[in-house]
Design a protein around this ligand. Structure first.
Ligand code: FAD
Length: 324
C-alpha cells in the first residue's frame, strides 16, 4: 500500500498544524496568507508556539486572534510555565481565555540556559513555583472553573426546579509527548509515566515531538496504552526539504534523522527535486502512522503552507479531498 492510500484507509483523519509567531511585519503579512491557505483544508486546530519565559506572548496572541477572527479554525495556544509563579501563570491563562482562546498546549518549557550557553544542569534551577506541564494542565482547568461559576438550568416539566449546569471546560488541553524520549529524561518509561501524570492532571490530548520512524511513534503509543494512557496521541510530523533545516531540527530536538534522508537531501542540487524527496518521505511516514492507527496528523509547518499542503495532497487529504 502506498502513502496515497492513507486517506481512504483512515476516512479523512483530522489534520492540525503548528505555527510560530513571526518576528517582523513582513513575516506577519506572509503568515496571514499561510493561515488562510491552511484553513482551506479545514484543520481541527492550528497551534501557535510560545517562547519559554513569555518572550513571544504578545506576538503569539496576535496570531491566535487572527485565526479566531479570520477563519473558522480553532486556535490552540502553547503556554509554557517554566520560571513562572502560580500568580503569573494564572494571569497568563486568564489573558488568553479573555482573548477567546479555549484550547491550550500546556508545556513545561525549557529552563533558562546557564551563562556558558548550556542547558541548566539542575532541572529545577531557576524555576518558579510551577515545575511541570502537569501542574500547568491543572492550573488551566482551575482558572477556567473560577472564571465560569456554576450556572443554573431549568428542569423540563418542573417549572420551579433548578439544576446546576456543569461547568464549561476548556475545549482541549493538550500536552507534549516524546516517542524517542525527552533529551533529559532518564528512560523511555519516564516519558510514559510523565504522560500518564499529565492525563491524570486533566490533559485531553497529547501531541508528539517529531520522529522519523513510524515504529518509534507506534511503539510509544503501545507502551503508553499498556501503562494506562487513554487520551489520543497525535503524531507530530515535520516535512523537511533542505539539509540545513534538517541539521537545525536535529540540533533543536536531539532526534537523529535517518541517514538516507540526510544524504539524499545533501547530494541533490536541484531545490525542486529536494522538495520532492522531503515531501515523499513525509507522506510515507504519515501514511504509515495512519495505517498503524494514529488518530490524525499534526504537521509542523515552519510557517510555510506549500510543503505541508503538498504532503496532504500526496496523501489524498488536501483541500479538494476535504471539500469534494
Ligand atoms: P514535562 O511534561 O514536564 O516533561 C516531559 C518529559 O521530559 C518527562 O519525561 C520529564 O521527566 C522530562 N523532563 C523535562 N524536563 C526535564 C529536565 N529538566 N530534566 C530531566 N527530565 C526532564 N517549548 C517552548 O518553549 N514553547 C513551545 O511552544 C513548545 N512547543 C512544543 C510543542 C510540542 C508538540 C513539543 C513536543 C514540545 C514543545 N516545546 C515547546 C518543548 C518543551 O517545552 C520542552 O521539550 C520541555 O523541555 C519539556 O516540556 P514538557 O511540557 O514536555 O515537560
Amino acid at each position: 500500500m502506498t502513502a496515497t492510500d492513507a486517506g481512504d484507509c483512515a476516512g479523512r483523519p483530522p489534520i492540525s498544524f503548528e505555527l510560530f509567531p513571526p518576528r517582523t511585519d513582513a513575516a506577519a503579512i506572509a503568515l496571514g496568507r499561510t493561515i488562510d491557505r491552511l484553513a482551506e483544508v479545514d484543520p481541527a486546530f492550528i497551534s501557535v508556539t510560545f517562547g519559554a519565559g513569555g518572550s513571544s506572548r504578545g506576538r503569539s496572541l496576535t496570531v491566535l486572534r487572527y485565526i479566531l477572527e479570520h477563519t473558522d479554525v480553532e486556535p490552540m495556544a502553547h503556554l509554557t510555565c517554566v520560571g513562572s509563579s502560580h500568580a503569573e501563570a494564572n494571569r497568563l491563562v486568564r489573558e488568553f481565555l479573555d482573548a477567546g482562546i479555549t484550547s491550550f498546549l500546556a508545556l513545561r518549557g525549557d529552563p533558562p540556559e546557564a551563562a556558558d550557553g548550556t542547558p541548566d544542569a539542575d532541572p529545577d534551577a531557576g524555576l518558579g513555583d510551577l515545575g511541570s506541564a502537569a501542574e500547568l494542565v491543572q492550573l488551566i482547568h482551575r482558572v477556567q472553573q473560577e472564571r465560569e461559576p456554576f450556572g443554573e438550568l431549568g428542569v423540563p416539566g418542573a417549572p420551579r426546579a433548578r439544576r446546576i449546569a456543569s461547568r464549561p471546560r476548556p475545549e482541549r488541553v493538550a500536552v507534549a509527548a516524546f516517542p524517542t524520549g525527552h533529551p533529559r529524561s532518564r528512560s523511555l518509561s519516564q516519558d510514559v509515566d510523565t504522560l500518564l501524570a499529565k492525563e491524570v492532571a486533566g490533559a485531553t490530548l497529547a501531541i508528539t515531538q517529531l520522529f522519523w520512524h513510524a515504529d518509534d511513534y507506534l511503539g510509544f503509543v503501545a507502551r503508553a496504552r499498556a501503562a494506562g494512557v487513554t487520551i489520543p496521541i497525535l503524531p507530530g510530523l515535520m516535512p523537511v526539504t533542505t539539509p540545513a533545516r534538517l541539521a537545525r531540527l536535529t540540533e533543536l530536538t536531539g532526534v537523529e534523522p535517518p541517514a538516507d534522508l540526510a544524504i539524499a537531501l545533501e547530494v541533490e542540487p536541484d531545490p525542486e527535486a529536494r522538495a520532492e524527496i522531503g515531501e515523499v518521505f513525509a507522506a510515507e511516514l504519515c501514511g504509515e502512522v495512519l495505517r498503524g492507527g494514529a488518530p490524525g496528523l499534526h504537521l509542523y509547518t515552519y510557517n510555510r503552507h506549500e510543503t505541508v499542503l503538498s504532503v496532504l495532497d500526496r496523501l489524498g487529504l488536501g483541500a479538494s479531498a476535504r471539500h469534494g
